[in-house]
Design a binder for this molecule. Structure first.
Ligand code: DX5
Ligand code: ZN
Length: 218
């Protein structure tokens, strides 16, 4: 079987915010494909991270795909502002969207790739009627809100189910895994069918982040 190389998306949440410019430049020099940006509102998740002003600045100096993960309620109110801030991918949580189909069309209409994220307890089957409309599916492998948590093992089964759904439906959606990705479990996660690995602490807390990003690619 052909070896699959995942796209690596370092999550800026784990960066040193006093050195944010230097951290983004490190990612620019690396073999990462995307830069993952976690937006939290203190309502959808029990934490608050950063928002539009930070992303506006970061997207100006980043040479990687600006992959924005919204962990917020009513994401439709802010989609246009994130497009203006430089987001190239905008991912919304299925649990936060009453009108997911409309939200996805809105994001695409603004010229961004549209992603849908699932919390650990949310079944993959809920995507059946939207899978051909989305560009990516982000499967949370920890409960959203914080970096540095342990990977939930049940995620492997979800990845396999989702891979099957995508392949059988003819959807071109990418599978992105977010939370608890390490040098130890990256290979198994990719073998289960993942296309994109988000990695926060594994990258930014490592002694040699460039080498760690390379190693995550397998
Ligand atoms: C968590 C965020 C993740 C987080 C991952 O809610 O969505 O992107 O930064 O961090 P690690 O890789 O440290 O688990
Ligand atoms: Zn994330």
């Amino acid at each position: 079987m052909e070896k699959k190389t995942p796209i690596i998306a370092p999550s800026l949440l784990a960066a040193n915010f006093l050195e944010i410019g230097r951290e983004v430049e490190m990612v620019n020099r690396s073999e990462a494909g995307w830069l993952h940006l976690d937006v939290m509102d203190g309502r959808f998740v029990p934490n608050i991270s950063f928002g539009l002003p930070v992303i506006t600045q970061v997207s100006k100096i980043s040479t990687k795909v600006c992959d924005v993960h919204l962990m917020i309620e009513e994401p439709e109110k802010y989609a246009e502002a994130f497009a203006k801030a430089g987001a190239q991918h905008l991912t919304v949580h299925i649990e936060a969207c009453v009108h997911l189909h409309r939200n996805i069309q809105q994001i695409k209409g603004l010229g961004m790739k549209a992603g849908v994220a699932l919390n650990p307890h949310t079944p993959v089957q809920l995507l059946e009627n939207i899978i051909r409309d989305v560009d990516l599916v982000l499967v949370m492998s920890v409960n959203p809100g914080f970096g540095g948590q342990h990977f939930i093992e049940q995620t492997y089964a979800k990845i396999r189910q989702l891979r099957k759904m995508i392949d059988e439906s003819g959807s071109s959606a990418l599978i992105e895994i977010d939370g608890g990705v390490t040098l130890e479990n990256a290979k198994a996660i990719v073998e289960a069918g993942t296309d994109v690995l988000v990695a926060g602490n594994t990258v930014f807390a490592s002694k040699d982040p460039l080498a760690t990003i390379r190693a995550l690619k397998g």
